[in-house]
Design a protein around this ligand. Sequence first.
Ligand code: 13P
Length: 249
Amino acid sequence: MRKNIVAGNWKMNNGLSQTQALISDIKKQTQISDAEVMIAPSFTNLWHAFEALRQDNIEVVAQNMHFAENGAYTGEVSAGMLQSIGVKTVILGHSERRAYYNETDESLAKKVDAALANHMRIIFCFGEELADRKAGNEESVVESQIKNALFHLGADAFKNIVLAYEPVWAIGTGETASPDQAQDMHAFIRKTLANKYGKEVADNVSILYGGSVKPNNAKEIFGKPDVDGGLIGGASLKAEDFYAIVNAF
Ligand code: 13P
Protein backbone atom coordinates (compact mmCIF):
# COMPACT_ATOMS: atom_id res chain seq x y z
CA MET A 1 0.00 0.00 0.00
CA ARG A 2 1.30 3.41 -0.84
CA LYS A 3 1.99 5.86 1.97
CA ASN A 4 0.75 9.35 2.62
CA ILE A 5 3.70 11.72 2.87
CA VAL A 6 4.04 15.40 3.68
CA ALA A 7 7.52 16.80 3.06
CA GLY A 8 8.69 20.33 3.81
CA ASN A 9 11.20 21.67 1.31
CA TRP A 10 12.88 24.55 3.11
CA LYS A 11 14.82 25.53 -0.02
CA MET A 12 17.59 28.10 0.70
CA ASN A 13 16.06 29.32 3.96
CA ASN A 14 17.11 29.20 7.62
CA GLY A 15 20.57 29.42 9.16
CA LEU A 16 21.47 27.32 12.17
CA SER A 17 19.61 29.30 14.83
CA GLN A 18 16.47 29.54 12.69
CA THR A 19 16.72 25.82 12.00
CA GLN A 20 16.98 25.15 15.73
CA ALA A 21 13.96 27.37 16.40
CA LEU A 22 11.83 25.84 13.65
CA ILE A 23 12.65 22.29 14.73
CA SER A 24 11.81 23.19 18.31
CA ASP A 25 8.45 24.58 17.11
CA ILE A 26 7.88 21.46 15.02
CA LYS A 27 8.46 19.28 18.08
CA LYS A 28 5.66 21.13 19.87
CA GLN A 29 3.11 20.20 17.20
CA THR A 30 0.77 17.27 17.53
CA GLN A 31 0.33 14.89 14.65
CA ILE A 32 -3.04 13.26 14.29
CA SER A 33 -2.68 12.08 10.70
CA ASP A 34 -1.01 8.90 9.50
CA ALA A 35 1.22 10.76 7.06
CA GLU A 36 4.98 10.25 7.01
CA VAL A 37 6.57 13.62 7.73
CA MET A 38 9.84 14.82 6.25
CA ILE A 39 11.77 18.06 6.28
CA ALA A 40 14.50 19.09 3.87
CA PRO A 41 16.81 21.76 5.34
CA SER A 42 19.87 23.08 3.53
CA PHE A 43 23.05 20.97 3.47
CA THR A 44 24.64 22.98 6.27
CA ASN A 45 21.77 22.18 8.63
CA LEU A 46 21.20 18.54 7.77
CA TRP A 47 23.40 17.16 10.51
CA HIS A 48 21.90 19.38 13.17
CA ALA A 49 18.37 18.52 12.03
CA PHE A 50 19.17 14.83 11.93
CA GLU A 51 20.54 14.91 15.48
CA ALA A 52 17.70 17.06 16.79
CA LEU A 53 15.03 14.77 15.32
CA ARG A 54 16.73 11.46 16.07
CA GLN A 55 14.00 10.46 18.56
CA ASP A 56 11.12 11.84 16.52
CA ASN A 57 9.11 10.40 13.71
CA ILE A 58 10.28 13.02 11.24
CA GLU A 59 12.72 12.14 8.49
CA VAL A 60 15.43 14.59 7.49
CA VAL A 61 16.03 14.60 3.75
CA ALA A 62 18.40 16.39 1.37
CA GLN A 63 17.33 18.81 -1.36
CA ASN A 64 19.86 17.64 -3.94
CA MET A 65 23.03 15.60 -4.49
CA HIS A 66 25.67 15.01 -7.15
CA PHE A 67 25.76 11.84 -9.25
CA ALA A 68 29.45 11.09 -8.68
CA GLU A 69 30.70 9.20 -5.64
CA ASN A 70 33.47 11.73 -4.96
CA GLY A 71 36.13 13.69 -6.80
CA ALA A 72 36.86 17.12 -8.21
CA TYR A 73 33.38 18.63 -8.10
CA THR A 74 33.83 21.78 -6.04
CA GLY A 75 30.78 22.70 -4.02
CA GLU A 76 28.96 19.42 -4.51
CA VAL A 77 27.70 16.75 -2.10
CA SER A 78 27.50 13.03 -2.87
CA ALA A 79 25.04 10.31 -1.90
CA GLY A 80 27.74 8.69 0.24
CA MET A 81 28.23 11.93 2.16
CA LEU A 82 24.52 12.15 2.86
CA GLN A 83 24.42 8.51 3.93
CA SER A 84 27.39 9.11 6.23
CA ILE A 85 25.30 11.48 8.36
CA GLY A 86 22.22 9.28 8.29
CA VAL A 87 20.28 11.00 5.49
CA LYS A 88 18.50 8.32 3.47
CA THR A 89 16.21 10.29 1.17
CA VAL A 90 16.98 12.96 -1.41
CA ILE A 91 14.83 15.31 -3.47
CA LEU A 92 15.88 15.22 -7.12
CA GLY A 93 14.72 17.16 -10.16
CA HIS A 94 13.12 20.13 -8.45
CA SER A 95 12.07 22.68 -11.06
CA GLU A 96 14.28 25.34 -9.46
CA ARG A 97 17.30 23.11 -10.03
CA ARG A 98 16.19 22.39 -13.57
CA ALA A 99 15.68 26.11 -14.27
CA TYR A 100 18.67 27.69 -12.48
CA TYR A 101 21.29 24.92 -12.59
CA ASN A 102 20.55 23.38 -15.97
CA GLU A 103 19.56 20.01 -14.59
CA THR A 104 18.26 17.90 -17.45
CA ASP A 105 16.45 14.60 -17.70
CA GLU A 106 19.80 13.05 -18.63
CA SER A 107 21.75 14.41 -15.66
CA LEU A 108 18.82 13.54 -13.40
CA ALA A 109 18.84 9.95 -14.63
CA LYS A 110 22.47 9.76 -13.47
CA LYS A 111 21.55 11.20 -10.05
CA VAL A 112 18.68 8.74 -9.77
CA ASP A 113 21.05 5.85 -10.48
CA ALA A 114 23.59 7.13 -7.96
CA ALA A 115 20.97 7.55 -5.25
CA LEU A 116 19.55 4.07 -5.80
CA ALA A 117 23.05 2.54 -5.92
CA ASN A 118 23.59 4.09 -2.50
CA HIS A 119 20.30 2.61 -1.21
CA MET A 120 18.65 5.97 -0.91
CA ARG A 121 15.01 6.83 -1.38
CA ILE A 122 14.22 9.52 -3.94
CA ILE A 123 11.52 12.16 -4.11
CA PHE A 124 11.56 12.78 -7.86
CA CYS A 125 10.07 16.12 -8.94
CA PHE A 126 8.75 17.16 -12.33
CA GLY A 127 6.04 19.39 -13.72
CA GLU A 128 5.09 21.54 -16.65
CA GLU A 129 5.57 25.28 -17.11
CA LEU A 130 2.70 27.69 -17.64
CA ALA A 131 3.32 27.86 -21.39
CA ASP A 132 3.06 24.06 -21.60
CA ARG A 133 -0.29 24.08 -19.83
CA LYS A 134 -1.60 26.96 -21.91
CA ALA A 135 -0.68 24.99 -25.02
CA GLY A 136 -2.36 21.88 -23.64
CA ASN A 137 0.96 20.01 -23.53
CA GLU A 138 1.12 19.34 -19.79
CA GLU A 139 0.68 15.59 -20.07
CA SER A 140 3.27 15.09 -22.79
CA VAL A 141 5.80 17.25 -20.90
CA VAL A 142 5.29 15.33 -17.66
CA GLU A 143 5.34 12.00 -19.46
CA SER A 144 8.67 12.74 -21.11
CA GLN A 145 10.22 14.02 -17.85
CA ILE A 146 9.27 10.77 -16.14
CA LYS A 147 10.23 8.50 -19.03
CA ASN A 148 13.60 10.13 -19.70
CA ALA A 149 14.79 10.12 -16.10
CA LEU A 150 13.18 6.96 -14.72
CA PHE A 151 12.07 4.48 -17.34
CA HIS A 152 15.49 2.85 -17.67
CA LEU A 153 14.90 1.48 -14.16
CA GLY A 154 13.53 -1.92 -13.26
CA ALA A 155 10.19 -2.19 -11.46
CA ASP A 156 11.86 -2.89 -8.12
CA ALA A 157 13.43 0.58 -8.07
CA PHE A 158 10.00 2.11 -7.59
CA LYS A 159 9.89 0.77 -4.05
CA ASN A 160 12.37 3.57 -3.33
CA ILE A 161 10.88 6.30 -5.46
CA VAL A 162 8.25 8.85 -4.52
CA LEU A 163 7.00 11.08 -7.32
CA ALA A 164 6.23 14.76 -6.83
CA TYR A 165 4.16 16.58 -9.42
CA GLU A 166 4.94 20.27 -9.10
CA PRO A 167 3.50 22.44 -11.87
CA VAL A 168 6.03 25.26 -12.20
CA TRP A 169 3.29 27.89 -12.50
CA ALA A 170 2.00 26.98 -9.03
CA ILE A 171 5.30 27.13 -7.13
CA GLY A 172 5.62 30.10 -4.82
CA THR A 173 3.01 31.99 -6.82
CA GLY A 174 0.03 31.50 -4.53
CA GLU A 175 -1.69 29.92 -7.50
CA THR A 176 -2.51 26.27 -6.83
CA ALA A 177 -3.56 23.64 -9.29
CA SER A 178 -7.21 22.99 -8.55
CA PRO A 179 -7.84 19.71 -6.76
CA ASP A 180 -9.30 18.37 -10.01
CA GLN A 181 -6.28 19.49 -12.05
CA ALA A 182 -4.01 17.76 -9.54
CA GLN A 183 -6.12 14.60 -9.57
CA ASP A 184 -6.25 14.48 -13.38
CA MET A 185 -2.48 14.75 -13.65
CA HIS A 186 -1.81 12.27 -10.83
CA ALA A 187 -4.15 9.75 -12.46
CA PHE A 188 -2.31 10.29 -15.75
CA ILE A 189 1.05 9.74 -14.01
CA ARG A 190 -0.19 6.52 -12.42
CA LYS A 191 -1.53 5.32 -15.77
CA THR A 192 1.85 6.10 -17.40
CA LEU A 193 3.58 4.02 -14.72
CA ALA A 194 1.02 1.21 -15.05
CA ASN A 195 1.53 1.04 -18.82
CA LYS A 196 5.24 0.49 -18.33
CA TYR A 197 5.47 -1.45 -15.05
CA GLY A 198 1.98 -2.83 -14.42
CA LYS A 199 -0.83 -1.79 -12.14
CA GLU A 200 0.64 -3.17 -8.93
CA VAL A 201 3.79 -1.07 -9.18
CA ALA A 202 1.77 2.02 -10.15
CA ASP A 203 -0.69 1.57 -7.29
CA ASN A 204 2.13 1.37 -4.75
CA VAL A 205 3.99 4.55 -5.73
CA SER A 206 3.17 7.62 -3.67
CA ILE A 207 2.55 10.68 -5.84
CA LEU A 208 2.82 14.02 -4.04
CA TYR A 209 1.50 17.35 -5.21
CA GLY A 210 3.55 20.52 -4.75
CA GLY A 211 2.78 24.15 -5.52
CA SER A 212 1.28 26.66 -3.08
CA VAL A 213 -0.17 24.02 -0.75
CA LYS A 214 -1.44 25.87 2.33
CA PRO A 215 -3.49 24.98 5.41
CA ASN A 216 -6.64 26.23 3.67
CA ASN A 217 -6.36 24.10 0.53
CA ALA A 218 -4.49 20.97 1.68
CA LYS A 219 -7.53 18.98 2.74
CA GLU A 220 -9.28 19.29 -0.59
CA ILE A 221 -6.14 18.48 -2.59
CA PHE A 222 -5.16 15.53 -0.37
CA GLY A 223 -8.75 14.29 -0.56
CA LYS A 224 -8.29 13.31 -4.18
CA PRO A 225 -7.75 9.58 -4.70
CA ASP A 226 -4.43 9.76 -6.55
CA VAL A 227 -2.89 12.50 -4.41
CA ASP A 228 -0.81 10.86 -1.68
CA GLY A 229 0.52 13.96 0.00
CA GLY A 230 2.42 17.12 -0.64
CA LEU A 231 5.80 18.72 -1.11
CA ILE A 232 5.47 21.99 0.72
CA GLY A 233 7.65 25.06 0.21
CA GLY A 234 6.67 28.36 1.82
CA ALA A 235 4.15 26.92 4.28
CA SER A 236 6.73 24.46 5.65
CA LEU A 237 8.69 27.36 7.16
CA LYS A 238 6.07 27.86 9.88
CA ALA A 239 5.56 24.86 12.16
CA GLU A 240 1.87 25.59 12.74
CA ASP A 241 1.08 25.89 9.05
CA PHE A 242 3.15 22.83 8.22
CA TYR A 243 1.33 20.73 10.79
CA ALA A 244 -2.04 22.05 9.73
CA ILE A 245 -1.12 20.60 6.33
CA VAL A 246 0.23 17.34 7.82
CA ASN A 247 -3.03 16.96 9.75
CA ALA A 248 -5.14 17.64 6.69
CA PHE A 249 -5.09 13.92 6.02
P1 13P B 1 5.54 26.50 -2.49
O1 13P B 1 4.75 25.61 -1.53
O2 13P B 1 6.21 27.64 -1.80
O3 13P B 1 4.72 26.89 -3.66
O4 13P B 1 6.73 25.58 -3.06
C1 13P B 1 6.46 24.34 -3.56
C2 13P B 1 7.73 23.63 -3.80
O5 13P B 1 8.50 24.02 -4.68
C3 13P B 1 8.08 22.48 -2.96
O6 13P B 1 9.19 21.81 -3.43
